[in-house]
Design a binder for this molecule. Structure first.
Ligand code: HPA
Length: 268
């Protein structure tokens, strides 16, 4: 795998000498960030050597290099999910490449279901810890010590300084913003009521279908991580309403401005 990572990093290096500070995965809630970036270089995923091939047709998946709030960033517009059929290694490959390309820190966003009874639809949640319920791990298989240790520490997956700073920014801006635990499941089903209940009991505040593989790989390579979630629906409890992907997208879009503002200030 290191061979492919190096190949892709060299491929990008031949096209630009840009060195990013931050790798940012533009998940739900950060899509609008792309418009705010002073772009220096852009390339569609399907033109990047060894990159996973996107299954979503006509989806503007691309790597954007540029400046945001005076900081150099590499933005991954469009993420790969486990439920789409990618392996854990495939979907986290871009994070590996961006680290070797120079990115020091990782920022990710996502949409998720709230299981903490205090959470409301549209709230933000800064991720302070996670529970991996995906039944797999991107580090399974041969470990290349050049990338990171066989048994990486996970006692502090999310950077404390970034969490505190983000919370301050959210408070200043008067956003409803919690600090909580994110449980990652494979999807693509939303959870049953019993599953939401279980996820709450084991100590999570929210549940979603992404982020954790990327963070594991980033931590494996020693990158400080920051994650922010948008609570797009409330799981469990006595709610009888069905959840649809459309509802999730609608709430995520509404919260997009808040997440974008928070992350833009966070990196300054
Ligand atoms: N569960 C899992 N993933 C999600 C949810 C949810 O309720 N909402 C948005 N992504």
């Amino acid at each position: 795998m290191l061979k492919e990572i190096n190949e892709t990093t060299d491929f990008l290096r031949k096209r630009t000498n840009f060195k990013p500070e931050y790798a940012i995965v533009l998940g739900s809630g950060l899509g609008g960030l792309a418009d705010k970036v002073k772009k220096e270089f852009e390339i569609p995923y399907n033109e990047i050597l060894n990159f996973p091939v996107s299954t979503v047709k006509g989806h503007g998946s691309k790597l954007i290099l540029g400046e945001l709030n005076g900081r150099k960033i590499a933005a991954l517009q469009g993420r790969f999910h486990f439920y789409e059929g990618y392996s854990m290694q495939e979907l986290s490959f871009p994070i590996r490449v961006l680290k070797l390309f120079g990115a020091e820190k990782l920022i990710v966003s996502n949409a998720c279901g709230g299981v903490n009874p205090q959470y409301k639809i549209g709230d933000l949640m800064i991720i302070e810890d996670h529970i991996n319920l995906m039944g797999s791990n991107p580090l399974i298989g041969f470990n290349n010590d050049k990338l990171g240790p066989r048994f990486p520490d996970m006692s502090l997956p999310y950077d404390k300084t970034l969490i505190q700073k983000a919370k301050q920014i959210a408070n200043q801006k008067q956003f409803r913003c919690h600090i909580g635990v994110y449980a990652a499941v494979t999807g693509p089903c939303f959870e049953t009521r019993a599953e939401y209940k279980y996820i709450r009991i084991i100590g999570a505040d929210a549940v979603g279908m992404s982020t954790v593989p990327e963070v594991i790989v980033a931590r494996h390579m020693g990158m400080p991580c920051f994650g922010i979630s948008i609570i797009t629906d409330i799981g469990g409890g006595d709610q009888l309403e069905a959840i649809t992907h459309e509802d999730v997208l609608k709430v995520a879009r509404t919260a997009e401005e808040k997440v974008t503002a928070l992350v833009t200030e966070l990196i300054s």
